[in-house]
Design a protein. Structure first.
Length: 191
Protein backbone atom coordinates (compact mmCIF):
# COMPACT_ATOMS: atom_id res chain seq x y z
CA UNK A 1 0.00 0.00 0.00
CA UNK A 2 1.40 3.36 -1.06
CA UNK A 3 1.64 6.05 1.62
CA UNK A 4 -0.43 9.14 0.92
CA UNK A 5 1.55 12.35 0.51
CA UNK A 6 0.11 15.60 1.87
CA UNK A 7 0.49 19.19 0.71
CA UNK A 8 -0.46 21.83 3.28
CA UNK A 9 -1.24 25.30 1.94
CA UNK A 10 -1.42 28.40 4.14
CA UNK A 11 -1.92 32.10 3.49
CA UNK A 12 -4.13 34.99 4.48
CA UNK A 13 -7.87 34.82 3.84
CA UNK A 14 -8.84 35.32 0.20
CA UNK A 15 -5.21 34.85 -0.98
CA UNK A 16 -6.07 32.06 -3.44
CA UNK A 17 -5.28 28.94 -1.42
CA UNK A 18 -8.19 26.91 -2.82
CA UNK A 19 -7.45 28.16 -6.34
CA UNK A 20 -3.85 26.94 -6.05
CA UNK A 21 -5.02 23.61 -4.58
CA UNK A 22 -7.26 23.08 -7.63
CA UNK A 23 -4.42 23.99 -9.99
CA UNK A 24 -2.03 21.61 -8.22
CA UNK A 25 -4.65 18.84 -8.27
CA UNK A 26 -4.69 19.08 -12.08
CA UNK A 27 -0.91 18.48 -12.19
CA UNK A 28 -1.12 14.92 -10.84
CA UNK A 29 -3.40 11.87 -10.81
CA UNK A 30 -5.15 10.44 -7.75
CA UNK A 31 -5.44 13.73 -5.84
CA UNK A 32 -8.05 14.62 -3.23
CA UNK A 33 -8.59 18.07 -1.71
CA UNK A 34 -9.61 18.06 1.96
CA UNK A 35 -10.09 20.94 4.40
CA UNK A 36 -9.44 21.10 8.13
CA UNK A 37 -12.59 23.24 8.38
CA UNK A 38 -14.99 20.81 6.62
CA UNK A 39 -16.28 19.30 9.88
CA UNK A 40 -16.35 22.73 11.54
CA UNK A 41 -18.44 24.18 8.69
CA UNK A 42 -20.87 21.26 8.85
CA UNK A 43 -21.39 21.75 12.60
CA UNK A 44 -21.83 25.53 12.37
CA UNK A 45 -24.12 25.37 9.31
CA UNK A 46 -26.31 22.74 10.99
CA UNK A 47 -26.42 24.74 14.22
CA UNK A 48 -27.43 27.89 12.36
CA UNK A 49 -29.96 26.02 10.22
CA UNK A 50 -28.33 27.00 6.91
CA UNK A 51 -26.57 25.13 4.13
CA UNK A 52 -22.78 24.90 3.93
CA UNK A 53 -23.08 26.76 0.63
CA UNK A 54 -24.87 29.68 2.36
CA UNK A 55 -22.22 29.67 5.07
CA UNK A 56 -19.46 29.87 2.41
CA UNK A 57 -21.29 32.65 0.61
CA UNK A 58 -21.61 34.63 3.83
CA UNK A 59 -18.01 33.95 4.79
CA UNK A 60 -16.38 34.88 1.50
CA UNK A 61 -18.66 37.08 -0.59
CA UNK A 62 -21.42 38.72 1.42
CA UNK A 63 -19.35 40.63 3.98
CA UNK A 64 -22.49 42.18 5.49
CA UNK A 65 -23.98 38.80 6.39
CA UNK A 66 -24.04 38.21 10.09
CA UNK A 67 -25.53 35.97 12.72
CA UNK A 68 -27.37 37.24 15.79
CA UNK A 69 -27.13 34.90 18.77
CA UNK A 70 -29.28 35.27 21.87
CA UNK A 71 -27.41 34.20 25.00
CA UNK A 72 -28.94 32.54 28.06
CA UNK A 73 -29.29 35.93 29.78
CA UNK A 74 -31.17 37.33 26.77
CA UNK A 75 -28.41 39.55 25.45
CA UNK A 76 -27.69 39.50 21.74
CA UNK A 77 -24.32 39.02 20.06
CA UNK A 78 -23.78 39.77 16.37
CA UNK A 79 -20.92 38.10 14.48
CA UNK A 80 -20.00 37.59 10.83
CA UNK A 81 -20.04 34.05 9.46
CA UNK A 82 -16.21 34.06 9.37
CA UNK A 83 -16.08 35.21 13.01
CA UNK A 84 -18.53 32.43 13.97
CA UNK A 85 -16.26 29.84 12.37
CA UNK A 86 -13.17 31.33 14.00
CA UNK A 87 -14.71 31.53 17.47
CA UNK A 88 -16.35 28.10 17.40
CA UNK A 89 -13.38 26.35 15.79
CA UNK A 90 -10.68 27.93 17.96
CA UNK A 91 -12.10 29.31 21.19
CA UNK A 92 -14.98 26.85 21.74
CA UNK A 93 -13.79 23.46 20.47
CA UNK A 94 -10.03 23.45 20.99
CA UNK A 95 -10.04 24.01 24.79
CA UNK A 96 -12.35 21.01 25.19
CA UNK A 97 -11.12 18.58 22.51
CA UNK A 98 -7.50 19.69 22.04
CA UNK A 99 -5.66 22.03 19.70
CA UNK A 100 -5.45 19.33 17.05
CA UNK A 101 -9.15 18.39 16.95
CA UNK A 102 -9.69 19.41 13.31
CA UNK A 103 -6.39 17.83 12.20
CA UNK A 104 -7.32 14.52 13.85
CA UNK A 105 -10.55 14.43 11.86
CA UNK A 106 -8.69 15.10 8.59
CA UNK A 107 -5.98 12.58 9.51
CA UNK A 108 -8.63 9.84 9.66
CA UNK A 109 -9.98 10.94 6.28
CA UNK A 110 -6.47 10.71 4.82
CA UNK A 111 -6.01 7.20 6.21
CA UNK A 112 -9.26 6.22 4.47
CA UNK A 113 -8.58 7.85 1.11
CA UNK A 114 -7.46 5.99 -1.97
CA UNK A 115 -5.71 9.14 -3.26
CA UNK A 116 -1.93 9.21 -3.60
CA UNK A 117 -1.84 12.93 -2.78
CA UNK A 118 -4.04 14.97 -0.46
CA UNK A 119 -3.99 18.76 -0.66
CA UNK A 120 -5.22 20.74 2.35
CA UNK A 121 -5.60 24.45 1.44
CA UNK A 122 -6.76 25.76 4.82
CA UNK A 123 -3.76 25.06 7.04
CA UNK A 124 -3.84 27.62 9.88
CA UNK A 125 -2.07 26.25 12.97
CA UNK A 126 1.19 24.54 14.00
CA UNK A 127 -0.82 21.78 15.73
CA UNK A 128 -2.37 20.87 12.36
CA UNK A 129 1.11 20.61 10.85
CA UNK A 130 2.38 18.43 13.72
CA UNK A 131 -0.57 16.03 13.49
CA UNK A 132 -0.17 15.59 9.73
CA UNK A 133 3.64 15.53 9.48
CA UNK A 134 3.83 12.81 12.19
CA UNK A 135 1.70 10.55 10.01
CA UNK A 136 2.37 11.41 6.35
CA UNK A 137 5.14 12.75 4.10
CA UNK A 138 4.28 16.45 3.99
CA UNK A 139 5.17 19.46 1.83
CA UNK A 140 4.20 23.00 2.85
CA UNK A 141 3.34 26.02 0.69
CA UNK A 142 2.54 29.60 1.68
CA UNK A 143 0.59 31.93 -0.60
CA UNK A 144 1.73 35.53 -0.29
CA UNK A 145 -0.07 38.61 -1.58
CA UNK A 146 -3.59 38.96 -2.85
CA UNK A 147 -5.13 38.23 0.54
CA UNK A 148 -6.75 40.34 3.21
CA UNK A 149 -4.39 41.05 6.09
CA UNK A 150 -6.66 43.03 8.44
CA UNK A 151 -7.79 40.04 10.51
CA UNK A 152 -5.80 39.56 13.71
CA UNK A 153 -7.53 36.34 14.81
CA UNK A 154 -5.04 33.56 15.62
CA UNK A 155 -6.34 31.57 12.63
CA UNK A 156 -4.92 34.34 10.42
CA UNK A 157 -1.65 34.98 12.28
CA UNK A 158 -0.48 31.72 13.93
CA UNK A 159 1.75 30.72 11.00
CA UNK A 160 3.17 34.16 10.16
CA UNK A 161 6.59 32.99 11.37
CA UNK A 162 6.51 29.46 9.90
CA UNK A 163 9.12 28.68 7.21
CA UNK A 164 7.40 26.66 4.48
CA UNK A 165 8.98 24.47 1.81
CA UNK A 166 7.60 26.64 -1.01
CA UNK A 167 6.28 30.16 -1.54
CA UNK A 168 3.87 31.32 -4.21
CA UNK A 169 3.70 35.10 -4.50
CA UNK A 170 0.20 35.83 -5.74
CA UNK A 171 1.00 39.52 -6.05
CA UNK A 172 3.83 39.04 -8.57
CA UNK A 173 2.32 36.02 -10.38
CA UNK A 174 -1.49 36.37 -10.30
CA UNK A 175 -1.94 33.33 -12.56
CA UNK A 176 -0.67 30.19 -10.86
CA UNK A 177 1.83 27.97 -12.60
CA UNK A 178 3.61 25.21 -10.71
CA UNK A 179 6.88 26.48 -12.19
CA UNK A 180 6.39 29.73 -10.22
CA UNK A 181 6.63 28.08 -6.83
CA UNK A 182 9.73 29.45 -5.14
CA UNK A 183 11.63 26.66 -3.41
CA UNK A 184 12.57 27.45 0.17
CA UNK A 185 13.16 23.93 1.48
CA UNK A 186 12.44 20.40 0.30
CA UNK A 187 11.18 19.48 -3.15
CA UNK A 188 7.51 19.41 -4.03
CA UNK A 189 5.58 16.16 -3.91
CA UNK A 190 6.05 14.24 -7.11
CA UNK A 191 3.07 12.29 -8.40
Amino acid sequence: MQETKVILITGKKRSGKDYIACKLAKEWEDVEILHFADALKSIVATTLGISKERLELGKNIDKNSSVVITTEDGSKITRSFRQMLQIFGTEAMKPIFGDNIWAKIVKHKIYNTKAKIVIIPDWRFVEEYKEIVQNFPTTTIVVLGGGIEDDLHSSETALDWFKTDFVFNNKNQPIFDIKNLEKTGDTIVSG
